[in-house]
Design a protein around this ligand. Structure first.
Ligand code: PMM
Length: 288
């Protein structure tokens, strides 16, 4: 695998807008993601959606070709590449800052060559032993999420005595490994992995203690968008959750909580509602 070292920018290469968290807009080029699976599976639809998110004010477009919904089966490498590369190439050429959402080093490598500039790995480098050396060699920002195993059976690992303490401890271990491998501290983002090996009450506990994650000393990304725990709000326990597209107001509320806690970024499907919610936070902050 070739991974020519890139020259590092002092202070890191992550976008850092003034006064608010980064807004990462999601394009899942998958037939089966829980939130938008199948909607942007055709290449032309994916490109159009990426452009729309850019126009709506996303700072980063996160492009993924593998669904990580609980129970999901993995696509082949070739299929994942086929899904993500054309979109990345096109929107990067049009000026988007692109992150590739992948657990595979070979996909990350090809995505970086196609114009992506950030690697978002929901396994934090655990799923593929080639990922960390690739990212360290390429000198690009890395988003490392809290992860306890592939989606096929991850919810069996949603077992915690103290979810906040255990997520922080497991992310601390990852941080240390990733920094020791040569990933620049200014470019290493940690993410608590809401919904990944976590039940609804685990997600709420983590959201309530984002301050504990920030104490790890790295930028933090929060990905609550449209996840099932939000769809259960206000719904009787024995009724189905609200559909994903009806979870954007709740998502925007989590973006506000994340901004007030001081996170680096939020990963969302609906960019306008989060940008509006963050504008409220900015307007209030300007008063103090
Ligand atoms: N969630 C999903 C996919 N990728 N990446 C990061 N860093 N954090 C997340 O919480 C995250 C992610 C699953 O949600 P989706 O199917 O809506 O993309």
């Amino acid at each position: 695998m070739s991974s020519a070292p890139a020259s590092r920018r002092p202070g890191g290469a992550l976008p850092r807008p003034e006064g608010r968290p980064v807004v990462m807009g999601v394009v899942n080029v998958t037939p089966d993601s829980f939130s938008d699976g199948g909607e942007w599976f055709e290449p032309a639809d994916a490109v159009e959606h990426g452009r729309l998110l850019m126009a709506q004010g996303a700072d980063i477009i996160d492009v993924g070709g593998e669904s990580t919904r609980p129970g999901a089966e993995r696509p082949s490498v070739q299929e994942e590449l086929r899904r993500v590369l054309p979109l990345i190439e096109l929107i990067a050429t049009e000026g988007a800052t692109v992150s590739v959402d992948t657990m595979r080093a070979v996909v990350a490598e090809r995505a970086l060559a196609a114009g992506a500039s950030i690697v978002n790995d929901v396994s934090g480098g655990l799923a593929d032993p080639d990922m960390v050396p690739l990212v360290a060699g390429a000198g690009v920002p890395f988003i490392a999420m809290h992860w306890r195993g592939h989606s096929t059976d991850m919810q069996t690992r949603a077992v915690y005595d103290d979810v906040v303490a255990e997520v922080c401890a497991e992310l601390t271990e990852r941080r240390d490994v990733l920094l020791a491998a040569g990933i620049d501290g200014a470019d290493l983002v940690l993410d608590p992995g809401l919904g990944f090996a976590k039940l609804p009450h685990h997600n709420w506990a983590v959201l309530a203690r984002l301050d504990a994650l920030l104490l790890l000393g790295q930028p933090v990304l929060v990905g609550a968008s449209r996840k099932t725990f939000l769809g259960r709000l206000g719904v009787p326990a024995d009724a189905p959750p609200r559909p994903p597209a009806e979870r954007d107001a709740a998502t925007a509320a989590t973006s506000v909580l994340a901004a007030l806690a001081g996170v680096w970024g939020v990963r969302v499907h609906d960019v306008p509602s989060t940008r509006d919610a963050l504008a409220v936070v900015c307007a209030v902050r300007e008063q103090s």
